[in-house]
Every structure is written in C-alpha cells, then in structure tokens.
Design a protein around this ligand. Structure first.
Ligand code: SAM
Length: 263
C-alpha cells in the first residue's frame, strides 16, 4: 500500500519511522511518503494560507497550493487508478475500525493535514467530483486539535496494522476491541499472578480453555455494558448465544422486538 501525507509540519510525522509502522516501511509492506506542502508554493514566503472570504477569525489554507500538491502525489499514472483522499477535520465522519478496515483494502491513500481554520472547501469538492478519487473527511472525535498531523498518525497506524505481515500474530487482531464481535476486549493479565495484593482471576490459571473463553466473553460483555452501552444497543441479538443473553439480562439488557434495550 502507498500512503502520501501532506503537511506543513512534515517533522510531526517522524514517529511513523518507529515500531510496527517503521518496520512495515522497511519491509516494503507500506510505501509511506511524507511531504512538505510548502514545496508546492510559488511565492518567496512559501505562503499556504490567506484570510477567509466573508471575514472572521483565523486563516484558511489556499486551494491552489493544495491542488498542485495533491495532483502531484496522485501522479499521472496513479490518476488511472482509484485513490482515497483523506481530509482530517473535526466536522468529518468519526474514524472507526470499520473505516480503517475499508482503507486497508485500498492501494493508495493521500492524507491532507489541515492547519489554521482548515482547507478551502473547494479542495474536497473538486476531488470529490473526480471519479478516480474518493474523498473522505474524517474526525478523530468531538474535540478540536491544532492540525491534522495527529489525525494522520492515528489513521496510518490504524490502517497499517491491518496490512498482512505487519502484526506478527494476525489472531491478535481478531479478538480486539471494536472487532467483528462488536465488543470491547476483556481485561488482560500477565505474570506475576499476584501483584500488590491483586490476584489474577483463578479461571485464567486453570488451563481450562473452554472456561477461559467463556470468562473472557462475559467480561467483554460486562465491560462494554459499563463503558459503551451504545455498542450493546448495536449488537444483533441473533448473533449472541444463550449465555451471552443471560449475562446481558443480569446487567439490565433485554431483547425487545429483535433489539437489545436497557431495562
Ligand atoms: N475551524 C475548524 C472547525 O471548527 O471545524 C477547525 C480547524 S483545526 C484548528 C485545524 C486542523 O486540525 C483541521 O483542519 C484538521 O486538519 C485538524 N483537526 C482538528 N480537530 C480535528 C479532529 N477532531 N479530527 C481530525 N482532525 C482535526
């Protein structure tokens, strides 16, 4: 997969040389290119922003600079292949594990990191009308950051770890929070079995695979009820077994007209 990240602070993306993403780059699994947006400016001051039409506070990033940069990273040949243009913005669609999974199946992602009051709206409009480019404006959450670089780091990490060969044991991706089960992950423990008076639950030391599995499932249900009831409400009751439903009932969730609702 190829990912291009465009930013006026390319040094912000340095952590992408580290850990699993760094290894994926070295191994050739991920062709990640970080660019300085100012390389596409044409004036002496390397200006990327200007005052907003209509007035108001702050500055807006110029569409001509962004257009030149995006055209270049899409490339003449690449224009024949579909690419995704990802624009971080607090007004975008929330980034989820489903989004990351869909993006991991793409060949080419371009991430446009905004600063100031954001990027002139015509950039998303222009590339959105190009059938070879799919534009997604995405948000990390309901808060405002200073720039899109942190969002680009998050996106690259969430997508890269889903590429085959990046995470050593692919099974560890299956049971994670926000996976296919639609639950948060159960609590995890390691040695020592007793630490500062806190003991690892006996069942995990029992060696009984079936009981461990059931305990983990129950704990995942419990944790999700407590922390993310919205995820419980989104579960398909037909995908749950009788024990799941009994645990949920104990926690105050019952099936009404084919959906889980809090009593
Ligand atoms: N004026 C914009 C608004 O109110 O929607 C906020 C601009 S913010 C100060 C500057 C840049 O930070 C944005 O263009 C975007 O790239 C990034 N950003 C800020 N918050 C974000 C979030 N929650 N998710 C993704 N990107 C964000």
């Amino acid at each position: 997969m190829r990912i291009d990240v465009l930013s006026i602070f390319p040094a912000y993306l340095a952590p992408l040389d580290l850990s699993l993403v760094g290894k994926a780059r070295t191994a050739g699994i991920l062709d990640l290119r970080v660019h300085d947006l100012r390389d596409w400016t044409t004036d002496r001051h390397r200006t990327v922003d200007d005052t907003p039409f209509g007035g108001g506070a702050g500055m807006v990033m110029r569409p001509d600079v962004w257009g030149a940069a995006i055209d270049d990273v899409l490339g003449a040949d690449e224009r024949e292949r579909p690419a995704r243009l990802l624009v971080p913005t607090p007004s975008g669609e929330p980034l989820t594990q489903r989004t990351a999974e869909a993006l991991a199946a793409e060949q080419h992602l371009v991430v446009a990191c905004g600063r100031y009051e954001g990027i002139d709206a015509r950039v998303a409009e222009h590339y959105g009308a190009d059938e070879r480019v799919r534009v997604s404006e995405f948000s990390l959450g309901d808060y405002v950051l200073n720039g899109g670089e942190v969002a680009a780091l998050v996106l690259v990490e969430a997508v890269a770890r889903l590429l085959p060969g990046v995470v050593g044991n692919p099974h560890s991706l299956v049971e994670e929070s926000h996976g296919e089960a639609g639950l948060l992950e159960y609590p995890v423990y390691t040695k020592p079995p007793s630490w500062r008076g806190h003991d690892v639950p006996d069942v995990l030391l029992s060696g009984h695979h079936g009981r461990v599995e059931r305990w983990r499932r129950d704990e995942a249900l419990r944790r999700t009820v407590l922390r993310r009831p919205d995820m419980i409400a989104a579960l398909d009751p037909d995908a749950l077994d009788r024990t799941d439903l009994a645990v949920l009932e104990e926690l105050g969730w019952v099936v009404v007209d084919g959906a889980l609702v809090a009593r």
